[in-house]
Design a protein around this ligand. Structure first.
Ligand code: SF4
Ligand code: SF4
Length: 467
């Protein structure tokens, strides 16, 4: 009986990206991390010592790179190896991997729990876990840090990864990597940190990668302060880095909604393969409230488009580079069509006493809570006031808004910014062809001061409020 010698692996160093999967796969410890930068690639290939190799082939299976580790052909001669040309050694590479298929998500029922009493950032972190997020990248910044802290405590217990990056720029690039691998990843940040992430968000949009960004907005401009402001509505709705970028922007106003919209954000992010932005505010992030958990949680699968590092997903590529002008225009047309689909299907709003409202107050996040109290007070005084609360700031819920202004004579926009929400309302009206809307008025504050119930009531009644 002849014993067949199993082929040992061979590596052309400049086809190795140094990912280390082969190191983990080798029980014989033949493969070690490299120390020399390959001048052709700038990467550090692994080092292989085949003395104790038994040709098991596990490293070959583990290597995700085309022309990565390959079995040494039986008839190869030393001269062949000097060429370091894999095509000459192994022939033309053919992709024998099966076409990737979706590994579906699984819904898992949850037992009935008593409601939690938690702050907004915690509620969002819990929502992320229930939505299947097991990868967190971030850089601490007040007033969002507690969300990251909770993820740091929970994720290691759930076989997840928590990584504090060196900066927000590093964070967003890690989000790109995790999204590219088809994994549910999130970050918590606050306004100056969000600004730093914008270039990377543009890359993620260009490469059609999912990821959830929770921005607990604080006072600006510049470093401003750590108090609540709605300072990034403009950035999130109109300024997500360079190019024709757009993402769904969700604006919760209670800790319960922080949980609910975080779960929704993961679904939408994967549905459209696009980042989703959650805009909270410093007060909402810190505010404690009753939060009821949903009846189910998710164990996510792996989408077929993921660059997951196994044979099935080997041929997948994510990029935002289209050097040919026609290719880039076509890519833009493709993502713009996707934005149109989001705009049509994903408008969300909450309407409170709007059916007969003659004064329509528009507010979101924490200011919407004061505005709701103001509507109740005004109704008691016989004034037909209503509250329109956009839950998606982009796409602005113009269809629901159109209904809410049916009887309105005045629109009062209540916000903690210098008209960033009002601009979204005006733009949505204009784009919808509503050119003679009711008269606009506003109640605005900045720098950590939020509009108060009394002053909203006074503004609607046309009174000055005592300072
Ligand atoms: S073939 Fe097996 S023993 Fe040889 S290097 Fe690869 S994993 Fe290690
Ligand atoms: S798995 Fe392949 S690409 Fe990754 S380090 Fe090993 S040889 Fe290099």
């Amino acid at each position: 009986m002849t014993t067949k010698v199993r082929p040992k692996p061979f590596l052309v160093p400049h086809f190795c990206k140094g990912c280390g999967r082969c190191i983990d796969s080798c029980n014989k410890h033949c493969i070690t991390a490299g120390t020399e930068i390959d001048p052709l690639t700038g990467l550090i290939p692994v080092h292989i010592d085949l003395d104790t190799c038994n040709g098991c082939g596990l490293c070959i299976d583990a290597c995700p790179e085309p022309y990565g580790l390959t079995p040494i052909p039986e008839d190869a001669t030393p001269a062949d190896f000097e060429l370091m040309d894999p095509e000459k050694l192994f022939g033309k590479k053919t992709n024998t991997a099966p076409n990737p298929v979706d590994i579906p998500d699984e819904t898992i029922p949850l037992p009935k729990f008593e409601p939690l009493v938690v702050k907004g950032t915690y509620a969002s972190a819990v929502g992320a876990i229930l939505a299947g997020c097991r990868h967190f990248f971030g850089y601490p910044i007040t007033p969002s840090t507690e969300g990251a802290e909770l993820m740091a405590k929970l994720l290691p217990k759930l076989d997840g990864s928590f990584l504090q990056a060196v900066s927000e720029v590093a964070t967003v690039n890690m989000m790109y990597g995790a999204g590219g691998a088809g994994l549910r990843a999130m970050t918590f940040t606050s306004s100056p940190g969000f600004s730093l992430m914008l270039e990377g968000i543009s890359y993620m949009i260009g490469s059609e990668l999912p990821g959830v960004f929770v921005n607990v907005m604080r006072g600006g401009p510049g470093l401003g302060n750590i108090a609540p402001e709605q300072s990034d509505i403009k950035l999130a709705c109109r300024g997500l880095g360079h190019g024709n970028t757009q993402a769904i922007v969700l604006a919760p106003s209670t800790p319960q909604e922080m949980l609910d919209v975080t779960m929704l954000a993961f679904d939408l992010s994967f549905k459209y393969r696009n980042p989703v932005i959650i805009l909270g505010d410093g007060y909402l992030g810190q505010m404690t409230g009753k939060v009821t958990l949903p009846p189910t949680m998710l164990r996510p699968g792996i989408p077929k488009w993921a660059v997951y590092g196994d044979a099935m997903h080997r041929a997948n590529v994510h990029t935002s580079i289209y050097l040919d002008e026609n290719d880039l225009e076509n890519h833009n047309l493709h993502i713009i069509a996707k934005y149109e689909l989001m705009a049509k299907n994903e408008q969300r709003a909450d309407a409170f006493f709007t059916d007969d409202a003659e004064v329509l107050i528009v507010a979101c996040n924490t200011p919407a809570r004061m505005a709701k109290g103001a509507v109740e007070a005004l109704r008691k005084d016989g004034i037909k006031a209503g509250l329109f609360r956009p839950i998606t700031l982009w796409p602005f819920p113009i269809e629901a808004f159109r209904k809410s202004i049916t009887h309105a004579k005045r629109i009062v926009v209540v916000e903690a910014s210098n008209g960033q929400l009002e601009d979204e309302v005006r733009l949505a009206l204009s784009k919808a062809g509503i050119h003679n809307p009711p008269e606009f008025e506003h109640v605005r504050h900045f720098g950590g001061i939020l509009p108060q119930l009394d002053e909203i009531v006074a503004a609607v009644k046309g009174n000055e409020v005592a300072a």
